[in-house]
Design a protein around this ligand. Structure first.
Ligand code: F6P
Length: 353
């Protein structure tokens, strides 16, 4: 048995833990040869692979990033280096040349869309859900999310002490694209007073009023805002557009915009911190190491059983798998009746309304 593994899209903590788990399970249980594909689908187009034997995956469990490298603009159906040409046949020919029995594809939504299309063309593929955004459909957790939430919580802890000292309004802007999961869980874990999500458009005046009421006592306010959050009747703030990327929009900057809007309305000083890629870097939390290991070992079982065209998923706390066709192109956002939103309101937090 010869299996390929690739990591696609943006990196996140836990990728190496999955690579290790898939490789060791297949080596130990089937005596498989495992090859790593460099830089996502690019490696299958440009023929770049490496051996993933026991020594190659030893000591990588806790390492951030991906030892394989990744690429967030490489779509074989629209290959940027060939003027947008479809090079999927070339990719499949290389898979045949390598005599790969299957490819384990670790990635987020863009990667799963490509994996699903390749699966329809006959590539035996197993998907593993990765993203700090936690926004892939049909799985209640993707690995990497817990690590990002831990970064946000720590950042808020640190911003709280300086907010208190100066009597300021401190804003932390999180990642998460069109979903507010990181801001919601990070904000709750870091004791934010205001949490602003893309799913709940806010009113600047309502946020200002909330902060103003806190100026006498306790004298400071901590705001956690998702990069995709936006006021009612206003668009999301786009930082840049990458034309070759499967999702060309890069969000960012709404925290700074809100700081400016609040500053005009408040006596206290307002500061904004963009947490950015700090949320994606570094070592995975223990939770993510375990989840990634479970996902990887489940993916190896799927390969052994020939259950292809499917993605590993976590549903009601249990491992399962779902069809890539159901996942591809979808997005899982925070439902408006989510218990954490109710808890936040009950605690007197503002959600910007
Ligand atoms: O999807 C993960 C993510 O980190 C988003 O939260 C963020 O909007 C985006 O990727 C940033 O992408 P890039 O690394 O291309 O700037």
């Amino acid at each position: 048995m010869h299996i390929g593994i690739l990591t696609g899209g943006g990196d996140c903590p836990g990728l190496n833990a999955v690579i290790r788990a898939v490789s060791l399970a297949l080596i130990n249980e089937c005596g498989a040869k495992v090859s790593g594909v460099r830089q996502g689908f690019l490696g299958l187009i440009e023929k770049r692979t490496l051996d993933l034997d026991r020594s190659a995956v030893s000591g990588i469990l806790a390492q951030g990033g991906t030892i394989l490298g990744t690429h967030n603009r490489c779509d074989p159906f629209h290959y940027f280096a060939a003027g947008g040409a479809d090079v999927s046949a070339q990719l499949l020919a290389y898979v045949a040349e390598l005599q790969l029995d299957a490819v384990v594809v670790i990635g987020g939504d863009g990667t799963m869309v490509i994996a699903e299309r390749l699966s329809r063309l006959g590539l035996p593929v197993v998907g593993v859900p990765k993203t700090i955004d936690n926004d892939l459909p049909l799985t209640e957790r993707s690995f990497g999310f817990d690590s990002a939430v831990a970064v946000v919580a720590e950042a808020l802890d640190r911003l709280a002490t300086t907010a208190r000292s100066h009597g300021r309004v401190m804003i932390a802007e999180t990642m998460g694209r069109y979903a507010g999961w990181i801001a919601l869980e990070g904000g709750i874990a870091g004791a934010a007073d205001v949490i602003l999500l893309p799913e709940l458009p806010y009113e600047v005046e309502a946020v200002a009023e909330f902060c103003r009421a806190r100026e006498p006592e306790p004298g400071y306010t901590l705001i956690c805002i998702a990069e995709g959050a936006h006021p009612k009747n206003a668009e999301m703030v786009v930082h840049q557009t990458l034309k070759d990327s499967p999702d060309p929009l890069r969000l960012g900057g709404v925290g700074a915009v809100l700081a400016h809007q609040l500053q005009e309305r408040l006596g206290s000083e307002v500061r904004s911190t963009l947490l950015g890629h700090v949320q994606r870097g570094g070592t995975p939390t223990a939770f993510d190491r375990i989840l990634a290991t479970q996902f990887g070992s489940y993916a190896a079982q799927m390969v052994k059983q020939g259950r292809y065209g499917r993605m590993v998923a976590l549903q009601a706390g249990a491992l399962t798998d779902v069809s890539l066709a159901e996942v591809a192109g979808g997005n899982r956002r925070v439902p408006l009746d989510h218990p954490l939103l109710q808890a936040a309101r009950g605690l007197g937090l503002s959600l910007g309304q």
